[in-house]
Write a protein that binds this ligand. Structure first.
Ligand code: ARG
Length: 554
C-alpha cells in the first residue's frame, strides 16, 4: 500500500465516486487490481482519496500505477517501469485482446451494471418512388452503427425500416403507371422505373383530369379495392427486393420492413382515442389538432387530422409507435432521421405522453445534420446505388494508379469496401448533429484521417500476420515493449472499453472513429507481432461496429 499511494500522488486525476473520472473516461478497476495484486475494494478506496492534482489521461495514469516506484514524490518513470509494462502487457492488455477477440472491450466491467435491453431501431426509411437522398444514406449508416453497437454490447435489437409507402403520391403513381408504366421494367429495376413514372406523371398532373384520376386511384386504395391494392403491392414488393439487394452492398439488413401503409386503419383508432381522452380539437376549417402548449392556449399544437377525416404523417407515426410497443414490448425505441424532423418527433413524443404512454420517456430521436454537395457523375444523387457505384469506381481508379492492385483477387469488391469505409469515416468524424460539406477527394485520400487509410492499415497488419504467423504471447520481447511507442499503443488498447462506453452513452460514432485513427497513427515501427495482432484485432472490431468491412488486401 505504501507504494501504491506514492504512485497515486504521482499521476492523479479527479475521480468521482467509484469509477467515473472527469477527464478521459473510466478506470478499468479489474485490470488494475490484477496488475497491482490489490483487491478491487482497496483500490477503489485509495483512488477515491486522490486529490485533484494533474489532469492526465486515464491510460497514462494506469501506466504510472504500473510504474511502481520507491521514490514516491515524483511521477518520473520508475526504474522498473519496463518490467511493469511487460506485466501490464502480458497479464492484461495483449492477453485480453487476443483472448477475447471480437468481444474485447465489450466484456469490460464498465458494462456490467448496464441492464440488457431490447431496442427497436428505426432507420433508413426511404419513400417509394421518390429520391433516396443523402439524408437516407446518413440515416442508414448511423442506424446501422447504433444497432451494431447495441448488439455487440449484448442488447437485443430489432432493425426496422419504415417505408414511405402510402399517401397521395401513390394515387399519382398508380395513374402514372397506367399511362407510362412497363411491367418488365418494374420487375428488373423497380426503383428507377417508379421514379421515372412518378416524374412523368407529376408533369402530367397539371391537367385536372389526371389529378382527378389520381384522387380516385388513392381513394380506391384506401377502400382496399383489390385490383388497385394488388398494383400498389407490386410497387412495394419489387422495391423492397431491390432495397434488400442494395443494402446488402452496404452490409446492412433489416429485421422488419414496416411502413406508413400499415397504419392507415390504426390511425383511425388513434383519432378515436384522442377524441375519447378529450385531446382532439376541431378547428373552424375542420382539421383535427392536439394542443401541446402548457397553458392550453394553442400557442403550440399539432395537426393530426385532415378536414376530410384522413390521417397525416404524424397520425400514422402515433399508431406505429403504439403498435410497435404492444408488439415488441421494447425497452427503448430509437428513430434516426435528419434534424429537419426534430419538431415532428418532439410533437410525436408530446402527444404520446399526453395520451398516457409513459414508455415514451424511453423513446429517442437521434438526429443528424445536413450533408452538402454530394454529386455523382450522373448529377444529383437520386438512388443509393449511384453513390455506391460512384465510390467504387473512384476507388478502383485510385487503386489502379498504385502498383499493388494487380495482385488483389477481387478489386471491385475491395474497392467497394474501401470506398464505403471512406464515406463512413468522413460522415462519422464530427458530431452527428453538425452539417458538413461532402467531398469525394477528401474522403478518398489515401493518407490522413480517412477510411482508406484505416483500411490500408488493417490490410497491412493482416499481411504481416500472414507472413510471420501468430506469435505466442509468451514470446513477448520485453525490450520491444519498453519502447515508448509500444507502451503508448498498449495504453491505447486498454482504453477501448472507455471509448465504447462513451459511444454507447451518447450514440455518437465519433469517439470510436477518433480512437481508431489514433491507434492507426500510433503503431510503432518496428514492433512486436503480438502487438500488431492485438492492434489489428481491435481495429477490425471497431471498424465493424462502424459498419465497415475490413479488407485484408488492397
Ligand atoms: N420516410 C420518411 C422520410 O423520408 C422518414 C421516416 C422517419 N420515420 C418515422 N417514423 N417518421 O422523410
Amino acid at each position: 500500500m505504501r507504494e501504491f499511494s506514492g504512485i497515486l500522488r504521482g499521476g492523479g486525476e479527479a475521480i468521482h465516486g467509484v469509477l467515473p473520472c472527469s477527464f478521459q473516461g473510466f478506470f478499468n478497476i479489474s485490470c488494475l487490481s490484477k496488475v497491482l495484486d490489490l483487491p478491487p475494494e482497496n483500490l477503489i478506496k485509495s483512488i477515491s482519496a486522490v486529490p485533484v492534482s494533474k489532469k492526465r489521461r486515464v491510460a497514462d495514469f494506469q501506466l504510472s500505477i504500473a510504474s511502481v516506484t520507491e521514490d514516491n514524490s515524483s511521477d518520473c518513470l520508475a526504474p522498473d517501469l519496463h518490467l511493469q509494462a511487460q506485466k501490464l502487457a502480458e497479464r492484461t492488455v495483449l492477453r485480453q485482446v487476443l483472448k477475447d477477440g471480437s468481444e474485447y472491450g465489450v466484456k469490460s466491467e464498465l458494462f456490467s451494471t448496464v441492464p440488457k435491453q431490447k431496442a427497436l431501431i428505426e432507420f433508413s426509411s426511404p419513400n417509394i418512388a421518390k429520391k433516396f437522398h443523402i439524408g437516407h444514406l446518413r440515416s442508414t449508416i448511423v442506424g446501422n452503427f447504433i444497432a451494431n453497437l447495441k448488439v455487440a454490447l449484448g442488447h437485443e435489437v430489432i432493425r426496422m425500416n419504415y417505408l414511405g409507402d402510402w399517401g397521395m403520391q401513390f394515387g399519382l403513381l398508380g395513374v402514372g403507371f397506367q399511362l407510362f408504366g412497363n411491367k418488365e421494367k418494374l420487375k428488373t429495376s423497380p426503383l428507377q422505373h417508379l421514379f421515372e413514372v412518378y416524374v412523368q406523371v407529376n408533369k402530367a398532373a397539371e391537367d385536372e383530369n389526371t389529378k382527378k384520376l389520381a384522387k380516385d386511384f388513392f381513394r380506391k386504395l384506401e377502400e382496399h379495392d383489390e385490383q388497385t391494392l394488388s398494383l400498389w403491392k407490386q410497387f412495394r414488393d419489387f422495391s423492397i427486393d431491390e432495397y434488400i439487394r442494395i443494402y446488402k452492398r452496404l452490409g446492412v439488413h433489416f429485421d422488419e420492413y414496416s411502413g406508413e401503409s400499415f397504419y392507415q386503419e390504426k390511425s383511425k383508432e388513434v383519432l378515436n382515442m384522442l377524441e375519447n381522452k378529450g385531446l382532439l380539437q376541431k378547428t373552424i376549417k375542420g382539421t383535427g389538432i392536439v394542443d401541446l402548449s402548457e397553458k392550453k392556449d394553442l400557442s403550440s399544437f399539432s395537426t393530426v387530422m385532415r378536414s376530410d377525416g384522413t390521417s397525416l404523417y404524424i397520425t400514422r407515426d402515433l399508431a406505429a409507435a403504439i403498435d410497435r410497443m404492444n408488439k415488441h414490448n421494447c425497452d427503448t425505441m430509437i428513430y434516426v432521421t435528419g434534424k429537419s424532423q426534430s419538431n415532428h418527433f418532439q410533437h410525436l413524443f408530446q402527444i404520446l405522453k399526453l395520451m398516457g404512454y409513459d414508455w415514451v420517456e424511453r423513446c429517442q430521436h437521434v438526429s443528424f445534420g445536413l450533408v452538402q454537395g454530394m454529386k455523382t457523375r450522373r448529377g444529383e444523387v437520386i438512388f443509393l446505388e449511384d453513390v455506391l457505384n460512384e465510390v467504387r469506381s473512384r476507388m478502383l481508379q485510385n487503386m489502379a494508379s498504385t502498383k499493388t492492385t494487380k495482385e488483389i483477387e477481387d478489386p471491385m469488391e475491395t474497392a467497394e469496401k474501401v470506398g464505403l469505409a471512406a464515406l463512413i469515416i468522413q460522415d462519422f468524424q464530427g458530431l452527428l448533429s453538425s452539417d458538413y460539406q461532402f467531398s469525394w477527394d477528401r474522403a478518398l485520400q489515401s493518407r490522413g484521417d480517412t477510411g482508406v487509410f484505416l483500411q490500408y492499415t488493417h490490410a497491412r497488419l493482416h499481411s504481416l500476420e500472414q507472413m510471420h504467423g501468430n506469435e505466442q504471447l509468451t514470446d513477448i520481447n520485453v525490450a520491444c515493449l519498453q519502447e515508448p511507442d509500444a507502451i503508448s499503443v498498449l495504453q491505447h488498447l486498454l482504453r477501448y472499453d472507455e471509448v465504447l462506453y462513451r459511444s454507447s452513452q451518447d450514440l455518437q460514432p465519433k469517439h470510436i472513429v477518433s480512437y481508431l485513427l489514433t491507434l492507426r497513427t500510433g503503431l510503432p515501427e518496428p514492433a512486436r507481432l503480438c502487438l500488431f495482432q492485438a492492434a489489428r484485432s481491435v481495429l477490425a472490431n471497431g471498424m465493424k461496429l462502424l459498419g465497415i468491412t475490413p479488407v485484408t488486401q488492397m
